[in-house]
Every structure is written in structure tokens, then in C-alpha cells.
Design a binder for this molecule. Structure first.
Ligand SMILES: *Cc1c(COP(=O)(O)O)cnc(C)c1O
Length: 419
């Protein structure tokens, strides 16, 4: 269920001209679609008094996208210093930011504390004495270990490097309290690209139950629980989307029940990245070569440095061809980039319409973990990013990398350490 019809209706009629004007390859994102998903997310949790989405910055770390998120009232989930800088750059302060790093450095703690701070979410009990100044509000990321089964991308919790173990979690809150923390949050992130809403309901249940146990054991209450990201999107046509309304309804029931038992309920935070922007971006490339050896290869002018999910996870990304409808899918091809890596393929043995040089290909669902995962191996430069505005205009929101960017780190003052 890749691109929405409205994105397509808005983009395709002008795509030749956009490609002509800006030059391929590029990612282009759909502002109207992102806002619509944001509205649906808020509507699904409207009956939880304090619901807030903290957009996972890593999914699409572009200031223009973050501005859209902020205008919808969302906060930001950060896990590096540069993500903090980006979020603060669009005006986020204090509890607009949740900082969840892993293997946290002192430099990261200092950056988290600076400029009005943020909500600090600690990944391990050993980090408590390393926090330079214990904030009033502290959160821990919980790893349930064998109590939960993980999913494909994140893996089995027992083998995952994230979070505080079940046996350590009560002690972690006690120690944080002893260091001066007064308010508490509880976080976990167990799944990635999960399409079964019931899994996420179970995650909320796990956290609410744990919060009740910790209330008894440690004598604290919880400001929020954060169920992390991981809401899935259907990359392949014919796959049913996540049932967001059912997710909202069942989690809301859990919160009402919690409230009845405890006389209060924490806020609900979520950190969706993929769900918010994944379907609202596409990578647009141009066919530049057609090679017929043992298989037919369609060479395009972008490569896996613009979208590495197919190479990294063997992920399916739907591809359409401008002006050639699905009824014309009559040949089986591999769609490839130019990198010296045989997994530099956007599609493998995919039925597509007969392709010629200069055909425009739309590689769908590139709006999360697409450009952001880009890299420079083989001296390949990352492409530009465009934003299709709600009024139909198209803004450049990141230029393409240049050779000067690539060589910039070779411009330094020479140093030698002599012995
Ligand atoms: C990656 C990540 C997210 C976002 O995940 P999505 O699958 O894009 O929703 C949220 N929180 C944390 C801690 C993450 O590491």
C-alpha cells in the first residue's frame, strides 16, 4: 500500500517538470500526507488526556520536516548530539525533547543538559552516577529480556543491547531517587516496523504493569510511559496497514483501567519515526542504462547510498514508472545503482514495464530511514531532498552533496605526534 493516492495525484502530473528543474535523483516528501498521518495519530489517542508523539529524528533529520512536526505539537526523540542540535534548532526545549542514547558518552550527557535540557532516558543502571547533574525528571529504558519476544529488525530482547534488565529496574529508580530525581518516566522500544497493533498494545500493558510494581517497590509514581517507535507501514502492495484505531482504543482502555486502580494515569508518549513519514516520501531516479546479460539490469542514477533498506534488510520497496502503468509490467528486471557492491539493488527480479533510458522511476516509502541512512562509500554523494508543499509548490530542503563536501574532512591542519 505504498504511496497514497493523494500524494500520487499531486506529484505525478508535475513530476517530469520537477525532475527537469531540480535534476534527479532526489527524495521528495509530501507535507499534506505527513500532516494527515499526524492528525490520525492524535485522533487515535484523543481520549488519553496527555498523549504526545516524539518524532524519531533519526528517521528523517531535516529541519523543514521537524518544523512540520513541531507545528503539530510533537516533540522529538533524539539519540545523538547532532539530533539534539537539530531539534533545538527548530525551537524544541526541555520536555519537547526525549534523549534516548545507548552507550552514552559524557559529551552526550553534557549536550543533553545544555540549552534548557531535555527528558533524559537512561539506557543502563551504570549511567546513573555518570549523569553530571541528576534532573528532577528521569526515565529509564526497560528491556524485558525473556518476558517478551522481539521482532525482526530489533531482534530478541535477550540479545538486544538496549535498556535496563528486569532485575535491575527497581534498583535503578531507587538509585536515581537517591541522587535527587523526583519525577519518573518509563520507556521501552521492542519492535520495529510492526504491523500487528496487538504487539504494541502488549507493550503498553507491559509498561503499565511494571509501573504499578515499581510504585509498590520503590514508592514512586510515573509522569509518563513511552512505548517507543516501531509502528509498521505496509511496504508491499496488498499488505494490510496497522490498525491505528484499534491500537488507540485498546491502549486507551488500559489507561482508563490504570486510572481506576491508581487514581491517576501517566501521560502516554510515543516515538514513531517510520509511521509518521515513511509512506510520505519517494526516491525519484532516472533510468540511464539497460544491460542484458544473464538477467536484465536497469541502471538508474541513484544508488543504495540514498536508500539502503533493500540492501540492509532485503526490504521490498515498491517501484512505479512515470507514464507506464502497472498493466504494462511485462518484464522481470533488477533495478540497480552504480556502486561496486552487488547488493546495490533497489529491486530484484521485479516485474516492471519495459524500461528505456530517461524513464522516471518512483521508488516508494523512502520517507523514513532513507536519506538519513545514506553514506559515502565508493565516493558516492548523497542526493537532494525536496518537499511537496500542501499548496503544490516544491521546495528544495537539502541540496545534493558535492565533491567539496566529500573532501571537506581532508582540509585540516597537519599534526604529528613524535616519540
Ligand atoms: C529508531 C527508534 C525509534 C523510531 O523507530 P521507528 O521504527 O522509525 O518508529 C524510536 N525510539 C527509539 C529509541 C529508536 O531507537
Amino acid at each position: 500500500m505504498p504511496m497514497s493516492q493523494s500524494f500520487k495525484d499531486c506529484l505525478f502530473p508535475n513530476l517530469s517538470e520537477i525532475a527537469e528543474y531540480y535534476g534527479t535523483p532526489f527524495h521528495i516528501y509530501d507535507e499534506a500526507g505527513i500532516r494527515e498521518t499526524g492528525r490520525r495519530l492524535q485522533a487515535a489517542f484523543a481520549h488519553i488526556p496527555e498523549f504526545r508523539e516524539y518524532y524519531a529524528v533519526k528517521a528523517l533529520p531535516n529541519p523543514k520536516i521537524l518544523e512540520i512536526m513541531r507545528s503539530m505539537g510533537f516533540g522529538f526523540d533524539c539519540s545523538s548530539v547532532t539530533e539534539l542540535v537539530l531539534s533545538r534548532g527548530v525551537g524544541a526545549r526541555g520536555d519537547d525533547i526525549m534523549f534516548t542514547s545507548n552507550n552514552t558518552s559524557r559529551e552526550e550527557f553534557l549536550a543533553a543538559e545544555a540549552e534548557g535540557g531535555c527528558i533524559l532516558n537512561l539506557d543502563d543502571i551504570s549511567l546513573i552516577p555518570k549523569v553530571p547533574e541528576m534532573p528532577e525528571l528521569i526515565s529509564f529504558r526497560y528491556n524485558p529480556g525473556p518476558r517478551r519476544i522481539g521482532n525482526g529488525i530489533i531482534g530478541n530482547p535477550v540479545e538486544a543491547k538496549y535498556g535496563v534488565s528486569h532485575d535491575q529496574i527497581a534498583l535503578a529508580y531507587r538509585q536515581a531517587k537517591a541522587r535527587g530525581a523526583r519525577h519518573f518516566g518509563l520507556h521501552t522500544m521492542l519492535a520495529s516496523n510492526e504491523l500487528n497493533y496487538a504487539y504494541m498494545v502488549q507493550t503498553a500493558r507491559t509498561l503499565l504493569e511494571l509501573a504499578e510494581q515499581l510504585q509498590d517497590q520503590v514508592g514512586i509514581t510515573f509522569r509518563f510511559i513511552n512505548i517507543g517507535g516501531g509502528l509498521g507501514i505496509p511496504y508491499e502492495p496488498g499488505v494490510a496497514p496497522l490498525d491505528l484505531d484499534a491500537l488507540g482504543r485498546e491502549i486507551t482502555e488500559l489507561f482508563l483501567a490504570f486510572n481506576r486502580r491508581n487514581g491517576y494515569a501517566p501521560a502516554l508518549f510515543m516515538e514513531s519515526g517510520r509511521y509518521m513519514t515513511g509512506p510520505h516520501g519517494v526516491l525519484v531516479v532516472k533510468a540511464i542504462n539497460r544491460k542484458e546479460i544473464y538477467r536484465t539490469y536497469i541502471g538508474v542514477d541513484g544508488c543504495m547510498n540514498a536508500l539502503m533498506r533493500p540492501a540492509l534488510y532485503n526490504a521490498y520497496h515498491h517501484i512505479e514508472v512515470l507514464g507506464k502503468g502497472p498493466e504494462q509490467r511485462s518484464e522481470i528486471v533488477d533495478v540497480v545503482g552504480s556502486l561496486c557492491e552487488n547488493n546495490d539493488k533497489f529491486a530484484i527480479q521485479r516485474p516492471l514495464p519495459p524500461l528505456e533510458d530517461n524513464d522516471i522511476l518512483i521508488i516508494e516509502d523512502s520517507g523514513a530511514h532513507g536519506h538519513a541512512m545514506g553514506f559515502n562509500y565508493n565516493g558516492r554523494l548523497r542526493p537532494k531532498e525536496l518537499l511537496l508543499r500542501a499548496d503544490g509548490s516544491v521546495d528544495l530542503i537539502r541540496r545534493a552533496e558535492t565533491a567539496e563536501d566529500y573532501f571537506a574532512t581532508l582540509d585540516f591542519v597537519p599534526r604529528t605526534l613524535h616519540f
